[in-house]
Design a protein around this ligand. Structure first.
Ligand code: GAR
Length: 215
């Protein structure tokens, strides 16, 4: 069994997709054992409680430094005896110490086709540039923000009528497809990390892409 902790700050629709996938037997050997939020009012916590998953609230506001906050999270993850950390709308930048402790065992989802549009406001930035394609990426987390090795991307074609809101609405369900898939690969050891390199089905990882029709 692979013990999974999900880190959240907000609504937790990706957490819900992971909970649903686990219930449907689609996380392979993965089991969500804890949900950690830095915000006490995150709706994601309600989702976890409804699914009888242990929760922890660690507010960054109660810590003098990023490092001390991260150390407290690290301790909680050790207490849960976690094999995989899944960032699902967790809106804090992590210290390099924390990231290196979980290197190869921590995934994130980001609403763009990385390496394009790291950081915030990705949908508006895609529209401003006039890109034809947009999407979302699950990637390993490294100390540099949104720069770790990409595992799977869902790609869609931008419509002339799209707004930042419509793109977010169209991309969210794609996130809910690709995140459980990546977690399943990790939990079934089809996706592994060894000496600073990710392997997928015994070959060096190349990003897997799924193209989604615009209908
Ligand atoms: C998701 O769209 C995710 O891609 C984004 O936060 C949202 C969380 O939604 N993450 C980032 O922007 C990380 N840089 P959710 O709480 O409904 O899962």
């Amino acid at each position: 069994m692979k013990r999974i902790a999900v880190l959240v700050s907000g609504s937790g629709s990706n957490l819900q997709a992971l909970i649903d996938a686990e219930l449907q037997g689609q996380l392979g050997k993965g089991k969500i054992v804890g949900v950690l939020s830095n915000k006490a009012n995150a709706y994601a916590l309600t989702r976890a409680q409804q699914a009888n998953i242990d929760t922890a609230i660690i507010s960054h506001k109660n810590f003098p430094t990023r490092e001390s906050f991260d150390q407290q999270m690290h301790q909680q993850l050790l207490d849960w005896d976690v094999d995989l950390v899944v960032l699902a709308g967790f809106m804090r930048i992590l210290s390099s110490d924390f990231v290196s402790q979980w290197q190869g065992r921590m995934l994130n989802i980001h609403p763009s086709l990385l390496p394009h549009y790291k950081g915030m406001h990705t949908h508006q930035r895609v529209l401003n540039t006039g890109d034809r394609f947009h999407g979302c990426t699950v990637h390993f987390v490294t100390a540099e923000l949104d720069a770790g090795q990409a595992i799977i991307q869902a790609v869609l074609e931008v419509r002339h009528s799209d707004t930042a809101e419509s793109l977010a609405t169209r991309i969210h369900p794609l996130e809910h497809q690709i995140y459980p898939q990546a977690v399943q690969w990790f939990c079934n050891e089809q996706l592994i990390w060894c000496e600073n390199q990710a392997y997928f089905q015994n070959k060096p990882l190349q990003v897997q892409q799924i193209f989604c029709s615009s209908d």
